[in-house]
Design a protein around this ligand. Structure first.
Ligand SMILES: [Zn+2]
Length: 204
């Protein structure tokens, strides 16, 4: 079940006189607890980091959302409390999580964020290429993968695939407690002075 949460996303693009606020969607965790025939859905709520709640994100995905080591809001970390500090949680080439959100059209992107090529949604990722490309926007429906932060290439340990998955780079391993970083593309900028959670540009 999904309802509107009390947490709001704020977007401002003064150049285009665009300004809006929208509540983040609150989901019920999709994990099923127990053994058949007594399985039931977990009842925990999640606003940021779906589709699982904090505990099932940790157990099932080995992911934690907490303040970024780069000092820019929150980030996505690989964590498995059952393993030692330096253990490999995601080995090279492995999938970490899939970028999920709401699929929007190019026209909707223009209306929400602005018409220019540089007017990009802070949580809008272009997935796929050419005729198969689509825009997945996690601004108000904040999947775990959408919390991954940007770094320049040499300092990343993961990348986006054409299907919108975060995958560990071939020459890296992600170890227990490490933050996961991808490169969102050259046009990426971070609006630190904005009071929103703005992070510009989401292309691979
Ligand atoms: Zn759960």
């Amino acid at each position: 079940m999904s309802v509107k949460s009390k947490t709001f996303f704020h977007f401002r693009n003064p150049d285009e006189e665009i300004s809006w606020d929208a509540p983040l969607v609150q989901h019920t965790c999709t994990f099923e607890v127990g053994e058949a025939p007594h399985k039931r859905r977990c009842r925990n709520k999640v606003v940021v980091g779906g589709p699982y709640c904090y505990i099932h994100r940790l157990i099932q995905q080995h992911l934690v959302i907490k303040p970024s080591t780069d000092g820019h809001g929150r980030g996505l970390f690989a964590v498995d409390p059952s393993k030692p500090a330096n253990a490999i949680i995601f080995a090279h080439g492995k999938d970490v999580a899939k970028y999920e959100g709401v699929t929007i059209s190019e026209d909707q992107k223009d209306a929400l964020y602005g018409p220019k090529e540089s007017d990009t949604g802070p949580y809008a990722l272009e997935v796929g290429r050419g005729a198969n490309s689509r825009i997945v926007d996690a601004a108000t429906d904040r999947s775990a993968a959408s919390m991954v932060n940007h770094r320049v290439n040499a300092r990343t340990n993961a990348r986006f695939t054409e299907t919108g998955k975060i995958k560990v780079k071939e020459d890296k391993n992600i170890r227990n407690g490490q933050e996961i970083f991808v490169n969102y593309g050259n046009a990426y900028t971070f609006h630190e002075n904005d009071n929103s959670t703005n992070r510009n540009k989401r292309k691979f």
